[in-house]
Design a protein around this ligand. Structure first.
Ligand code: PXG
Length: 458
């Protein structure tokens, strides 16, 4: 690899490759970072820079790069049966075995799985399943799914409708009918003056108010991420989920947990619902199920819904060519096996999560940080211009983006959602790498502070 390769790739990239969630004009002007290889917790770009990947790819490469066990599982499956479908009364061992493996680690009452290729498709499947369930029960008017502002559930038409991001809706005439959004439990972002627990209950009660307003005979389900990821690593106060659970139970509506980020260990349990004591009826998943080595998603279908589907019969007109793709399923099985053999959940609980939480909190003492919060291995920093008043920087200053760029300069991948800095490091992070993460983040905060000081003075 040399400079010519890099320039050629950047040029071809600009000319031919439309990237997801990207301002293409701006990207053309700024150019791209070409990532060429990875090992463990590190990435290398084509210019030879090494980066500590504190986002685990995109919240998915939880066991790190270069896991030969996953490579071997894919290779073996490609050689044995690279593809077959599960339509028309057919099935194959990798999908069967993975479905059983997933039910074995899921909370009680989850005994069935529907496979997709992504989290977006999983959440589209949720919409289809939820509405089909109520129509099978003779209540076809129970159609409305309540979701939250600033939620991220994916980018297909259905999943994007569930998202609470108006700028996504505006580009495509979304949401589809029957999707209603309520407030998110973002204590810091809403500059709440109540104490967080009172705030959590107060926000949760919007669900009850919305069900009452719409009429319970119209409402099918509530969907939410246990911790909002792409929206800014929003961790609800402890009072929030119990109140949501109570309201769903009281009104008999289905509760759907989007576990695409929080599933498979991110919060120190197999599923984020277990961390918060949520008892969902459906759980969508993707990302960490294969450690990102293959595209795979799905919906864990709880007995309440599955038993109606099976008992009432009739064809569910939904599925994908690659639902339960054998290679993706084989990789997922190997990934779950690795997690069990290496006692990953135990390691997270006993060691890495407490260490991460302690070190991450220390960043809260930086003058630029209004709040440092974490849940499991998700951490967020709120950048502020005035710490005690929790005052934000002016949007034009692009504080978050600058901080992210300084992180990259330091050799650290950290995400910026507006002025919220986010990490979701891999589960194989060593103590030394945790120190590296926190030290580089601190240095990037210093550099951001200097740059903003200069900008403010200019
Ligand atoms: N649900 C959640 C909670 C997600 O985080 C999806 C569904 C959709 O999954 P697919 O596999 O269709 O992408 C996601 C995806 C970010 C970012 O900027 C996060 C996601 C995707 C892209 C960017 O943090 N999460």
């Amino acid at each position: 690899m040399n400079d010519q390769d890099l320039q050629r790739w950047q040029q071809l990239d600009r000319e031919h490759f439309l990237h997801p969630f990207t301002d293409h004009r701006e990207l053309g002007l700024r150019g791209t970072r070409v990532i060429t290889r990875a090992e463990g917790a590190y990435l290398w770009d084509a210019a030879g820079n090494r980066l500590l990947d504190a986002m685990s790819g995109l919240w998915c490469v939880n066991l790190g790069y270069g896991r030969q066990e996953l490579v071997a599982a894919a290779t073996q499956q490609l050689q044995t049966l690279p593809y077959y479908n599960s339509f028309f009364q057919c099935t194959h061992p990798p999908a069967i075995e993975l479905a059983a493996d997933l039910c074995a680690i899921a909370p009680p009452g989850f005994n069935r799985v529907f496979f997709t290729n992504s989290g977006s498709e999983a959440n589209d499947t949720v919409i289809r399943l939820v509405r089909y369930y109520w129509s099978l029960l003779g209540k076809p008017d129970k159609q409305v799914i309540i979701a939250r502002r600033n939620a991220y559930h994916g980018s297909t038409v259905g999943a994007a409708s569930l998202c609470g991001m108006p700028w996504m809706h505006a580009q495509a005439g979304l949401p589809i009918p029957g999707i209603v959004h309520i407030e998110e439990p973002y204590w810091f972002g809403q500059n709440a003056i109540e104490d967080p627990e009172a705030f959590g209950r107060h926000v949760a009660r919007q669900l009850a108010a919305t069900i009452d307003r719409l009429g319970v005979d119209k409402v099918a389900a509530f969907i939410a991420e246990p911790v909002q990821g792409a929206g800014g690593a929003i961790i609800p106060p402890a009072s929030y989920w119990p109140e949501i659970q109570r309201i769903c139970d009281e009104h008999g509506i289905l509760l759907v947990a989007d576990e695409v980020i929080t599933g498979f260990g991110r919060l120190g349990q197999w599923f984020g619902s277990q961390h918060f004591g949520i008892r969902p009826d459906l759980m969508s998943f993707a990302k960490g199920v294969t450690c990102g080595y293959q595209p795979l998603g799905g919906v864990m279908v709880g007995d309440r819904v599955a038993e109606v589907l099976v008992a009432k019969g009739g064809e569910f007109f939904h599925g994908f060519t690659y639902s339960g793709h054998p290679v993706a399923c084989a990789v997922a099985r190997a990934n779950l096996r690795l997690m069990r053999e290496e006692r990953v959940i135990e390691h997270l609980q006993a060691s890495l999560i407490p260490a991460f939480s302690r070190r991450w909190q220390q960043l809260g003492s930086h003058p630029l940080v209004g709040e440092a919060r974490s849940a499991g291995l998700i951490g967020a920093l709120e950048l502020v211009s005035d710490k005690s008043a929790r005052r934000r920087f002016a949007k034009e200053l692009r504080a978050g983006e600058r901080c992210r760029d300084f992180c990259i300069e330091q050799g650290l991948v950290m995400r910026a959602v507006g002025d919220t800095m986010i990490v979701a490091p891999p589960f194989i992070l060593t103590e030394t790498q945790l120190d590296e993460l926190v030290d580089k983040a601190w240095r990037a905060l210093d550099l951001t502070q200097q740059a903003l000081g200069a900008a403010a003075g200019a």
